[in-house]
Design a protein around this ligand. Structure first.
Ligand SMILES: C/C=C/C(=O)SCCNC(=O)CCNC(=O)[C@H](O)C(C)(C)COP(=O)(O)OP(=O)(O)OC[C@H]1O[C@@H](n2cnc3c(N)ncnc32)[C@H](O)[C@@H]1OP(=O)(O)O
Length: 655
């Protein structure tokens, strides 16, 4: 079967996940049969879809017309024959009980066409065991969406022991057509990828509390403010629900053994029905207490190292058992849990040898099997990291150069001078690795990006491969890859300066837009010529330009597709400073060096608060307040104030 053969999708189960998945499929234009066992259940699911589509339209995320047509694509059913009789693909999202699923599959297969695939949205049961409850185990796989499906980008596509490659290919293609990012899980293994990392992490923080090794405040402060996770781990598990964590953990415990023994504190939460936000009380008290309250300055390095070591051990398990590879694990956890970096990269940055030692000494102290070092982690440590020779430190760059010109500045030079420093996929790969390398280097406090020669910063994406024969799917991936790569600059902890000398066009201009500052020589010309090519700015330009220059100017620049001189772009607030041609090299270095001498912790937290605020001003303001508090106990503040009082220049150390 091919993706084009899928017209009708049956979604079984109209609960939270089911109606969310049905909405996603309807938005992608599929005809969707939503089925549940009772009229009131299916009607409730349908009304939830209607409500959600209205909200999306109200927020201008989709048009009213699109909302209407998506709703028209959904047909609610109670009868199984009507729901699956014409289905090409079934997504099952019924309760997580093997007997219930088996009964559903028995009913479904009485009416389901032979060619149809069945995919289960299970988050905990074995895909192999489930597939064996059907008569088509080779046409059965896992398709694990994340909650809420409309917002979450990740879909884990899981192979069972009998799944045919064609089934996985079609399911992945379908996930992409639903505008999601599929990550393939090569082997059926409890927790798949994201839960296999997150659930032991959530259990470990409970072990720490159970054994008085750390307090809730210390743990959440460490994970949120020091490790930079989007939430404290307890804050996150209160949101996802401890009952869900416990359910997945129990299954892992049953199948994989005592490594996954639930911590006493987690058992206590379950016994007291403190499931989290949804029950009014979890680790934090949402009804009678203040809810989540995390101090910014209670973090401890040993907590971070222990948690990173535990995650690294799980990455080692997944890699060692050939369930997945480090890059896919990182992508899945970043998309599924919102981590700023994936666990393999975080572990590599921390140093695998240190993490192995941490686990060994915890094992010596406690004797608990969860601290036994996995073979996969040991092997990766011997190779020098999960990314081994592929990581930024060891990568041979051919399309860029990384330089260290002094004054704590790290410089990336786009190095394809003969082709106007245009950007191809290999350059993007190298660029991403270089940003990671510079960001991880404590001696680098600002990044400067320039182009080789004086003709171009970059003339954009290398268009030679795009004419006529590029596949849309590949182009979508290329767009996402550029967005992710440039997004790293925006999210990077140190300030980033684009030094533009010559043309900064298309994707090259978009790269500069993701930097914190743009300095341009007077002879530079900037713009988005994509409309001249029948393209659009696809590396973040449709979003970032409006935020920097205002919506009206952004439209002018994009729709005219003209090249603008540096002065005009300065007037449009796009360029920070126009520099004399002859003084260019000196001035851009000086500008970056000044930033590198600034207070690193304040700079990092300022960038984070400003990014958070783009999405949601309340979140940004809250982060700003927390960050303000965090700064009170830094040596940098003492240094800054002392220098001010003594009329000296401060020397910040980032402590
Ligand atoms: C998501 C992102 C999408 C995009 O970024 S789409 C691409 C947007 N960019 C553009 O449309 C810019 C295209 N380039 C130009 O308009 C011109 O170039 C310049 C104005 C930058 C410079 O013009 P001149 O001084 O006359 O030089 P030259 O002979 O056109 O270019 C030198 C060599 O560079 C190659 N080149 C320039 N831009 C690109 C590009 N974007 N993709 C691939 N090659 C490019 C040329 O072809 C040529 O090569 P050879 O010497 O072998 O003839």
């Amino acid at each position: 079967m091919e993706i084009d053969d899928i017209e009708t999708i049956a979604v079984l189960g109209a609960g939270n996940m089911g109606h969310g998945i049905a909405e996603v499929a309807a938005l992608a234009g599929y005809s969707v049969n939503l089925r549940d066992i009772k009229e009131e259940f299916v009607q409730n699911g349908y009304e939830q879809i209607e409500w959600s589509l209205e909200k999306l339209a109200e927020k201008d995320i989709i048009s009213d017309k699109k909302a209407e047509s998506a709703l028209e694509n959904v047909s609610p059913y109670v009868g199984i024959e009507a729901a699956v009789g014409d289905a090409d693909f079934v997504i099952e999202a019924v309760p997580e009980k093997m007997e219930i699923k088996k009964d559903v599959y028995d009913d479904v297969e009485k009416h389901l066409p032979d060619h149809a695939i069945i995919a289960s949205n299970t988050s905990s049961l074995s895909i192999t065991d489930l597939s064996e409850q059907t008569n088509r185990p080779e046409k059965f796989c896992g398709m694990h969406f994340f909650n809420p499906p409309v917002q979450m980008q990740l879909v884990e596509v899981i192979s069972g022991g009998h799944t045919a490659d064609e089934t996985l290919d079609v399911t992945e293609a379908l996930a992409e057509d639903l505008d999601k990012t599929p990550v393939r899980v090569r082997k059926d293994s409890p927790g798949f990828i994201v839960n296999r990392i997150l659930v032991p992490l959530m259990n470990e923080v409970c072990w720490m509390v159970s054994e008085d090794d750390a307090t809730v405040a210390e743990i959440d402060s460490t994970t949120k403010f020091d490790m930079g996770l989007p939430m404290g781990v307890f804050e996150l598990s209160d949101m996802t629900g401890h009952d869900i964590t416990y359910h997945v953990l129990e299954y892992m415990h049953e199948v994989l053994g005592d490594v996954y023994e639930p911590a006493p504190f987690l058992e206590e939460l379950i016994e007291e029905e403190r499931y989290g936000k949804k029950s009014g009380r979890g680790v934090y008290d949402y009804e009678d207490g203040d809810g989540v309250d995390i101090p910014a300055d209670a973090g401890r390095e040993d907590i971070a190292t222990r948690l990173i070591a535990l995650m690294a051990n799980e990455v080692g398990n997944l890699v060692g058992d050939d369930v997945s590879h480090p890059a896919a694990i990182d992508e899945a956890v970043m998309l599924g849990a919102g981590f700023p970096d994936g666990p393999a990269k975080i572990a590599d940055d921390a140093g695998l040898e240190t993490l192995v030692e941490t686990l060994e000494s915890l094992h010596d102290e406690t004797g608990h099997p969860r601290f036994e070092v996995s073979d996969g982690l040991r092997e990766a440590a011997e190779r020098g990291g999960f990314f081994g020779g592929e990581s930024g430190d060891d990568l041979e760059f051919t399309n860029i150069e990384v330089r260290y010109p002094g004054d704590m500045v790290g410089q990336i030079v786009l190095d394809r001078e003969a082709r106007m420093n245009t950007i191809n996929p290999e350059l993007l790969e190298e660029f991403e690795a270089a940003v990671d390398t510079l960001e991880a280097d404590d001696e680098v406090r600002a990044i400067l990006i320039t182009g080789k020669g004086d003709r171009a910063f970059s003339a954009g994406a290398d268009v030679t491969s795009m004419a006529g024969n590029a596949e849309p799917i590949d182009a979508i991936e290329l767009s996402r890859k550029g967005q992710r790569t440039f997004g790293k600059l925006e999210e990077c902890d140190v300030p980033v300066v684009a030094g533009i000398d010559g043309f900064a066009l298309g994707g090259g201009f978009e790269l500069a837009l993701a930097c914190d500052f743009r300095l341009a020589s007077a002879r530079s010309e900037l713009g988005t010529p994509e409309h001249n090519l029948g393209l659009l700015p696809g590396w973040g330009g449709t979003q970032r330009l409006g935020r920097i220059a205002g919506f009206g100017r952004a439209k002018e620049i994009i729709f005219t597709a003209e090249r603008y001189d540096a002065e005009t772009m300065y007037d449009y607030d796009v360029v920070t400073e126009v520099v004399d041609n002859d003084a260019f090299d000196e001035r851009v270095h000086e500008f970056a060096a000044d930033l590198a001498g600034g207070p690193p912790i304040s700079q990092k937290l300022t960038k984070r608060a400003m990014i958070y605020g783009w999405e949601d001003i309340d979140a940004g303001l809250e982060l700003e307040a927390q960050a303000f508090g965090h700064l009170m106990h830094t040596d940098d503040l003492t240094e800054g104030i002392t220098a001010f009082m003594g009329d000296d220049e401060p020397e910040f150390e980032g402590k």
